[in-house]
Ligand binder design. Structure first.
Ligand SMILES: [Zn+2]
Length: 324
């Protein structure tokens, strides 16, 4: 039995998995509010207790954590505690415990996802052992690269979402200027994330928005903006989501170039499946491919959206099996 986790600042998903020929089979999954616990060990105890499961039966465990992981240690900044592999080994009485970045965990799910769990934005012409890359907008903007050498499959975490935003159009230039007040850096994550969608909403509205009446600082604001845009209830909301799709595609194209991801670029995270029709509308792919000399390389890269909502958890379970 495998224990897998997807640990975020707001919620933590834990799951139990059994070995299976194609991919680990999930036998139990529960969601916990991260901030209500003092550490991950307490959440694990609550989960195993609720499932009537014992840590003695575990053969391995793996946790994807939102944020950089250094020497097996990840700090969840908004809850003020860290996830440390050595502490978890001790607490679970288990040698085989891995702590990964959440996108690194998602990358481990790609080989075991089914065609029904993916939506293709561009077929491309994949090279059999080409590198892969994963980008995922949600609370933040996560990225990972998968190195391929022969049959090896090695996900590597990246903090590329914190790289500098580069505008490609006059409108994006104006956006950058509006955010760059005081000369501070503007990161991709400032635009391509739930919070970024709110920023874009503020940028495109010169008068109050009649379609989104919720407080823009509320957690549900990004979903309210995308719903208003998808229903065409407000032209400025539509522009905000269009700008989001373009910037998402540009960030994905940059990542694909950085990784030379000729095996495929995968779009994960919670936002993409909810705005799929806009991503399919062309702006995402224009942002991805529209760059002079590298166009041919980018045209050949398959681009797929991950529809499976718990790909991070599945990937963590898959990674745990690779290390056991
Ligand atoms: Zn609006």
């Amino acid at each position: 039995m495998i224990l897998a986790g997807d640990v975020g600042g707001t919620k933590t998903l834990l799951g139990l998995f059994e070995r299976s020929p194609h991919r680990p089979t999930c036998t139990a999954v529960r969601s916990f509010p991260t901030a209500q616990f003092g550490n991950l060990g307490d959440i694990i105890s609550a989960f195993l207790g609720a499932e009537g499961a014992s840590a003695d039966r575990l053969e391995g465990a793996c946790f994807g954590v939102a944020g950089p992981v250094v020497e097996g240690r990840a700090v969840l900044t908004n809850v003020g505690w860290a996830v440390v592999d050595a502490d978890l080994r001790r607490g679970l009485g288990l040698d085989r415990v891995r702590v990964l970045n959440d996108l690194e965990a998602t990358a481990w799910s790609i080989p075991v996802l089914t065609p029904q769990e993916l939506e293709t934005l561009q077929d491309g012409e994949p090279t059999p052992h080409g590198n892969l890359a994963v980008i995922a907008a949600g609370t933040g903007l996560g990225m990972a690269i998968v190195l391929r050498q022969g049959e090896t499959y090695q996900p590597i975490a990246s903090e590329g979402g914190h790289a500098d935003f580069a505008p490609a159009t006059e409108r994006e230039m104006a956006l950058l200027e509006s955010l760059n007040v005081g000369g501070g850096r503007v990161q991709w994550e400032d635009i391509v994330s739930g919070r970024g969608l709110v920023t874009l909403h503020r940028f495109t509205h010169t008068r109050p928005c009649a379609a989104v009446t919720t407080d823009l600082d509320a957690e549900i604001a990004p979903a309210a903006i995308s719903a208003a845009a998808l229903a065409h209830r407000c032209a400025a909301c539509v522009e905000a989501l269009d700008l989001f799709a373009s910037a998402y595609g540009s960030a994905a194209g940059n990542l694909a170039l950085t990784a030379v991801a000729t095996g495929g670029l995968y779009v994960g995270g919670g936002i993409a499946p909810k705005v799929l029709s806009v991503l399919q509308g062309g702006r995402f792919m224009t942002g991805f491919t529209d760059r002079r000399r590298m166009r041919a390389l980018l045209d050949g890269i398959p681009v797929r959206v991950i529809l499976a909502p718990e790909a991070g958890l599945l990937g963590a379970a898959t990674a745990a099996l690779h290390s056991t």
